[in-house]
Every structure is written in structure tokens, then in C-alpha cells.
Design a protein around this ligand. Structure first.
Ligand code: NAD
Ligand code: TYD
Length: 361
């Protein structure tokens, strides 16, 4: 049996991964280590048996060491500050968590797993395609050999953490793999990222703030496909290697936003109860949601295009995204409409009171 330590397992992708792993590997033990920042939500793990939750910080090296000594043989490292806009306004937190936090985990893993004759183990690091920088319209997609050229404080901090992980393999022999994935979307995503923010704004009749001309391109990856990609790295990935994981859905922001608006309009037409639940939505009055589109000042240093060449993951891991964007987006919209209580509590922070009374370290 494997015992996984999932850092950041109460965040968006980490929580989806814990749900996925529980379902597909029910005999494995899972410990989640999460500091429950604004982006972490204990309730994302509700309904799961056999998951031990530790409210703690990855920068607490002694805590991590003590957890690893309890028989953990695999780390899946998601914990991070993850939002580019926040990194522009407060970069220091990104260096603290993403760089020093990763250093702390590597140090704990080195001390525990590499001591004496060593223990079989794996350290899987979850990173981003943003480390490769920005592509022109006709440039080839990012491959694993594309030189790093991070442009935001967020991507620079993730690039630094990727380099540390690589160095711990080459210098100390830590058994690492890294995945660099594209923009995720799906259930449990904090409503600061494009898709959940715009969905919830459309339901409330609030503007949809489009940065610049909306022509930036991202490769949209449904979070469950990402979880499958990480699973493939853990089960089939070669130690010391990196793998790019994409969604096969390269789309300009404006296309994503138009798809979102049309899907909200269609949902209101199909279900009259939505107009009563969300009376401020234009769709409640038969108006198009895209009337809320508003162009705002562009994000400083905004990367124009990301695209993933997943040839290596396909060939070595047998990875391919299973969901088209239309299918994944429909599932995501249905989830947000069915889980209004979740996003309201996340947005007003009220779940924290519940965490404080129910969970202590
Ligand atoms: P998120 O912001 O939703 O969640 C981050 C989680 O980490 C939260 O639960 C938070 O409480 C926890 N955390 C933060 N600092 C911590 C600390 N010091 N100690 C312990 N826990 C801490 O992020 P996400 O979108 O789920 O991203 C997960 C990982 O995937 C990140 O490493 C991110 O860089 C990477 N990634 C995300 C995307 C995306 O589209 N969301 C794309 C590529 C890569
Ligand atoms: P985001 O979800 O923040 O992911 P990332 O910056 O990591 O790609 O943004 C996705 C795209 O949407 C990006 O090009 C920025 C753009 N965007 C807006 O136009 N308006 C917004 O309010 C947000 C949050 C993002």
C-alpha cells in the first residue's frame, strides 16, 4: 500500500486529486497537509473516508519530517500561492510559499527518505506551463525542453521551485517527477480565476472584466484530466523527468467568455427556477449574459499565449485528455449551479468559523 502526503489538498486541484485518488486507489492511505489560506477549504474534502487532515504549513520542516516518518512514501506537492494577479500585488508571499515551502519539503524528504540505506519513495511536484513564458501566435507549443522564461512573480516562483526539485534529484538522488500543466478549470475552483469568477458574476449581473483585448490564449485542462495526468506520472513516469500535461483546448479568452455566457443563457432558458434564484442575472430577464462584458486595463506583463505539446506524456505515460472543453465546461457550470452554498461560503469566508470549531491540529 502507498501512503500519500498531498500538500495543498484542501485547494482546488489538490482536493480534486484527493477525491480522484480515493476513488481509484481506495487501499492507499492519504494525509493532507494544508495551511488553509484564503484558497484552502476544509469542506472541499467533505464526505471522504480514510483521509487524515493536518492543518499546517509546508514551511514547517519538522512537522513535515514527523509526518513522513509515519510511513508516507509519496509526496504530491500542490501547495502554493497560485493566482497571477495576487502575485503582482504581493510577490513576497509567492517566494515564501512556492520557493521556501518547496525547499522545506525537499529538505524533510531528503532527511527522512535518503537517510541510511534509504527508503523507496517518490516526490511529485505539480507545476505550471507559465514557467515557459509567452508564445507568439505561430510559435510551436511548449515542450519539456522549451527554455524557462517566467514573466510574472507567480511563474518566477514556480520556476524556482521546479529548479530546486530538479537539483534535489541530481545532487542528492531524491526520486522526483514534475508535471507542468496548463490552465485548469472544474469543481472547487476559487472564484478569483477566470471561469468561476465570470460564472458567478454573470449570475449576479456583475460586469465581466476582460483584460486588454481578450485575445490571450490558454490551453484549458479539466481538473479531472489533470488528476489522471498526475496519476500517470506517479505510476509510469521516469524518475528525474518532467511531463507537460495539457487539455487539448487552446482557446482565446474571448471564446471562453462567449461560451460561458451562452451556456448561462441556455441554462436559464432550460430551468425557470434559476431566474428566481438569481434575479439580478441578465438571463433572468431574457437578456444575454454577454451584455456584461467590459474591457478593463490589461494585467501588467500579461502573457499572450500558452500552448502545450504533450507528445512526451502521450508516448511515455499514455496520457491524453478525456474531456473536450464543451463537455468539461458543461460539467463545471452544472457543478457551480448545484453548489451555490459552497461558493457563497468560500467567498464570504464563513466556512472558516466551522473549520475553527471542528478542526485543530
Ligand atoms: P489553490 O490556490 O486553489 O490552492 C492552494 C492550496 O495550497 C490551498 O489549499 C492553500 O491553503 C494551500 N497552501 C498555500 N500555502 C500553503 C502553505 N504554506 N502550507 C500548506 N498549504 C498551503 O491552487 P490550485 O489552483 O489548486 O493549484 C495547485 C497547484 O497547481 C499549484 O502548485 C499551482 O501552481 C499548480 N497549477 C495550477 C494551475 C491552475 O490552473 N489552477 C495550473 C498549473 C499549475
Ligand atoms: P487566470 O484564471 O487568472 O489564469 P492565468 O493568469 O494563470 O492564465 O486568467 C486566465 C486568463 O483570463 C488570463 O489571460 C487573464 C484573463 N482574465 C481576465 O481577462 N479577467 C479576469 O478578471 C481574470 C481573473 C482573468
Amino acid at each position: 500500500m502507498t501512503h500519500l502526503l498531498v500538500t495543498g489538498g484542501a485547494g482546488f486541484i489538490g482536493a480534486n486529486f484527493v477525491h480522484y485518488w480515493r476513488q481509484h486507489h481506495p487501499d492507499d492511505a492519504i494525509t493532507v497537509l494544508d495551511a488553509l489560506t484564503y484558497a484552502g477549504n476544509r469542506a472541499n474534502l467533505d464526505g471522504l473516508d480514510g483521509v487524515t487532515f493536518i492543518h499546517g504549513d509546508i514551511r514547517d520542516t519538522e512537522l513535515v519530517e514527523s509526518l513522513l516518518k509515519g510511513g508516507i512514501d509519496t509526496i504530491v506537492h500542490f501547495a502554493a500561492e497560485s493566482h497571477v494577479d495576487r502575485s503582482i500585488h504581493g510577490p513576497a508571499a509567492f517566494v515564501d510559499t512556492n520557493v521556501l515551502g518547496t525547499l522545506s519539503l525537499l529538505t524533510a524528504a531528503q532527511r527522512t527518505w535518503l537517510a541510511g540505506s534509504g527508503t523507496p519513495h517518490r516526490f511529485h511536484h505539480v507545476s505550471t506551463d507559465e514557467v515557459y513564458g509567452s508564445l507568439g501566435p505561430d510559435d510551436p507549443a511548449f515542450s519539456e525542453t522549451t527554455p524557462y522564461a517566467p514573466n510574472s512573480p507567480y511563474s518566477a516562483s514556480k520556476a524556482a521551485s521546479d529548479h530546486l526539485v530538479r537539483a534535489w534529484h541530481h545532487t542528492y538522488g531524491l526520486q522526483v517527477t514534475t508535471s507542468n500543466c496548463s490552465n485548469n478549470y472544474g469543481p472547487y475552483q476559487f472564484p478569483e480565476k477566470l471561469i468561476p469568477l465570470f460564472l458567478i458574476n454573470a449570475l449576479h449581473g456583475r460586469n465581466l472584466p476582460i483584460y486588454g483585448d481578450g485575445g490571450q490564449v490558454r490551453d484549458w485542462l479539466h481538473v479531472e484530466d489533470h488528476c489522471r495526468g498526475i496519476e500517470a506520472c506517479l505510476l509510469k513516469g521516469r524518475v528525474g523527468e518532467t511531463y507537460n500535461i495539457g487539455g487539448g483546448a487552446e482557446l482565446p479568452n474571448m471564446t471562453v467568455i462567449d461560451t460561458l455566457c451562452a451556456a448561462v443563457d441556455a441554462a436559464f432558458r432550460a430551468d425557470p427556477s434559476l431566474a428566481a434564484r438569481f434575479p439580478d442575472a441578465p438571463a433572468a430577464r431574457g437578456q444575454p449574459s454577454n451584455s456584461l462584458k467590459t474591457t478593463v486595463t490589461d494585467r501588467p506583463g500579461h502573457d499572450r499565449r500558452y500552448a502545450i505539446d504533450e507528445t512526451k506524456a502521450r508516448a511515455e505515460l499514455g496520457y491524453a485528455p478525456a474531456r473536450s472543453f464543451d463537455e468539461g465546461f458543461a460539467q463545471t457550470l452544472a457543478w457551480y449551479l448545484a453548489n451555490e452554498g459552497w461558493w457563497r461560503a468560500v467567498m464570504d469566508g464563513s466556512y472558516r468559523d466551522w473549520v475553527a470549531t471542528n478542526y485543530t491540529r
